[in-house]
Structure formats: structure tokens, C-alpha cells
Ligand binder design. Structure first.
Ligand code: NDP
Length: 312
């Protein structure tokens, strides 16, 4: 039977922002509950090596880093709830959150750390072939493309990182980008350039992903060169979309102000939203940095601000 429980502080999301908020709120004796969401551990559980999180001089695997953060939060009495919130009412007091399980959670303060999800190109053929050779997660699905030719779409750090990772399996990785240079960091650009298995396809966009789900899935892509207008086909068996992420804010409807494609608006130098007692941390409100360490930093800020709010 569905149950109703009340908590002083609820944290939504289990990435670096959510776990850091839980560590700080736990240490402040707020006994927070952290509702994990659809992807426990968040985006970092789908990456491999994290090389730039301070404190790990030789790097650390993304899933292991998240495990450590969760364990650290639990050490300070944060309770993990393996459920997903599907509806919210932030204007009532206490605030009301309805979970997928049917359970109702109410709270006096809320930290939103729901992160962001992979963006898609929006092609009909992409939609049709998702799971049949089209993916947005190289670490989840790269293994299936051993010895095959595949493509990665995008020009940022994610695209560069996924292309490099996929060369462990694929025989050739086309990196399809709509401009003639990557926006990825210099060190990533160098790694891409020096990898003989990566073949850049500059100034190009995918017009259609070829193939049928029932007939072996992806069989190729039709790309258009945006400078010449010419289209050509590349035979391949997998397409990885790595064109950035969109913040996960659908469950808040129009209760909170958003900017630039859905990022939650917070006050300058603060994680406070326009609703008293509602704070936002991590990728859901960060359109500039989107790093694990900055997410952790704003998670800390949100917990300190929530503590102050509850004390008042
Ligand atoms: P970015 O927003 O940095 O890059 C998205 C890329 O996709 C851009 O090259 C963009 O092209 C391209 N793109 C966007 N929309 C389309 C479209 N509709 N069709 C074709 N191409 C498209 O996203 P990332 O996910 O790469 O990175 C997000 C953040 O995470 C960044 O801050 C990045 O630094 C960080 N990150 C850090 C890592 C690390 O430090 N190890 C690893 C991964 C990510 P254009 O260049 O023309 O805009």
C-alpha cells in the first residue's frame, strides 16, 4: 500500500550534486532522504575514467566514484530511497512529491539535483533505431560493436571521449561534426587526432540513419556536408549520439523559472530558486561548467542554504 512520510529535507537526484548535498545535510543532522531517480549514481555511472576529480591522482572509474560518494553520505545518516518522483507540488506547505511507487513524500525544504539527460538529434530514423544500433551511451553499448565500423556525432568533450573509448571495440569510428573543429578541450582534441581508428567527418550533419529494426538494425548513415550541400552514404552498424544534455525539469512543470532550454534559475551566488525552501544544484541549474566537481560544489552550497532556511 502507498505510504506517506514527512521529512525536513529531501534531496532529488543521486549524482555528485545530490550526494554532496546529502553529506553536508547529514553532517548537519538534518537526516535527509535522497531519492535516487531513474539512474542511481547519475551520468558518471555511464562514463569510464574520471581524470579530473581532485583527490584521485591516477583517475577513478565513474561508477566507483559515485559508490564512494553514496557510502560517504550514508555514513552521515542520509537515507537512500530507490524510487523516482513523477509529480511535485512545491507551492503547498509542506511540499508534496509523488513517487512512481505511489508513495507520497512531504518536506519542508527541497534540494533539486536531478541533473541532465542525453540530447537526441530528433530524426525519425534515430527514434526508430534506438536500441537497434543507435545509442547515447558508449560505455553501456560499445561492447556490442567489436570489430565493426560505427559513428559518433558531436564535437564536445563527450563526443571526443566516447569516440576514443569506442576505439577499444570498433575497427573504425567516424566522428561526425557539424563544424570543422571540435569544441572539446585541447588534450581531448590531441587524443582524437592521434588515434588512427578515428576518422573525422567535418562540416557534416546526419540526414538519416539507414536500416530497419527487424533487419539487423543500423546499416549506415546519410550525411550532408553543410558547406557543399552534398550528401553521401557511409556503411556502418552503430551510431552514438553525443551532442550534449538537457536538464531534467519536467516534473516541476511551470512552478520554477527556467532559462536556455530548461536550466533552473537560481539567485546569483546562491542555489535558491524563487520558491522559499527550494534549492537547485548541479547540472540541472548549471549551463556554464557542467563538471562533476562544480556539481559537488553547488550541492554543498544547497545543503548549507537549506540548513539555514530550516533553522530560520
Ligand atoms: P557540449 O555542449 O560541450 O557539446 C555538444 C556538441 O554537440 C557540440 O560540439 C555541438 O556542436 C554538437 N551539437 C549540439 N547539437 C547538435 C545537433 N543537433 N546536431 C549536431 N551536433 C550538435 O556537450 P558535451 O556533452 O560534450 O559536454 C557537456 C559538458 O560536460 C561540457 O562542459 C564538457 O566540458 C563536460 N564534459 C567533461 C568531460 C571531462 O572533463 N572529462 C567529459 C564529458 C563532458 P557545436 O560545437 O557546433 O556547438
Amino acid at each position: 500500500m502507498a505510504k506517506e512520510t514527512h521529512h525536513r529535507l529531501i534531496i532529488l537526484g543521486s549524482g555528485p550534486a545530490g550526494y554532496t548535498a546529502a553529506i553536508y545535510a547529514g553532517r548537519a543532522n538534518l537526516k535527509p532522504i535522497l531519492i535516487q531517480g531513474m539512474q542511481p549514481g547519475g551520468q558518471l555511472t555511464t562514463t569510464t575514467e574520471v581524470d579530473n576529480f581532485p583527490g584521485f591522482e591516477h583517475g577513478i572509474q565513474g561508477p566507483e566514484l559515485m559508490e564512494k560518494m553514496r557510502a560517504q553520505a550514508e555514513r552521515f545518516d542520509a537515507t537512500m530511497v530507490y524510487d523516482t518522483i513523477v509529480a511535485t507540488d512545491l507551492k503547498t506547505r509542506p511540499m508534496r512529491l509523488t513517487a512512481d511507487s505511489g508513495d507520497l513524500y512531504t518536506c519542508d525544504a527541497l534540494i533539486i539535483a536531478t541533473g541532465a539527460s542525453a540530447r537526441w538529434l530528433g530524426l525519425e530514423s534515430e527514434q526508430k533505431l534506438k536500441g537497434f544500433g543507435v545509442s547515447a551511451c558508449a560505455t553501456c553499448d560499445g561492447f556490442f560493436f567489436r570489430g565493426q565500423e560505427i559513428a559518433v556525432v558531436g564535437g564536445g568533450n563527450t563526443a571526443a571521449e566516447e569516440a576514443i573509448f569506442l576505439t577499444h571495440f570498433a575497427s573504425k569510428v567516424y566522428l561526425v561534426h557539424r563544424r570543422d573543429q571540435l569544441r572539446a578541450e585541447k588534450v581531448m582534441q590531441d587524443k582524437v587526432r592521434d588515434n588512427p581508428k578515428i576518422v573525422p567527418v567535418w562540416d557534416s550533419v546526419i540526414e538519416e540513419i539507414l536500416g530497419e529494426p527487424g533487419q539487423g538494425g543500423v546499416s549506415g548513415i546519410r550525411v550532408k556536408n553543410v558547406k557543399t550541400g552534398q550528401s553521401s552514404e557511409l556503411p556502418l552498424t552503430g551510431v552514438f549520439i553525443a551532442i550534449g544534455h538537457s536538464p531534467n525539469t519536467a516534473i516541476f512543470g511551470d512552478q520554477l523559472e527556467t532559462i536556455d532550454g530548461g536550466y533552473l534559475v537560481t539567485r546569483p551566488d546562491s542555489t535558491a530558486t524563487a520558491i522559499p525552501g527550494v534549492f537547485a544544484a548541479g547540472d540541472v541549474q548549471d549551463r556554464h561548467y557542467r563538471q562533476a566537481v562544480t556539481a559537488a560544489g553547488t550541492g554543498c552550497m544547497a545543503a548549507l542554504e537549506a540548513e539555514r532556511f530550516l533553522a530560520e
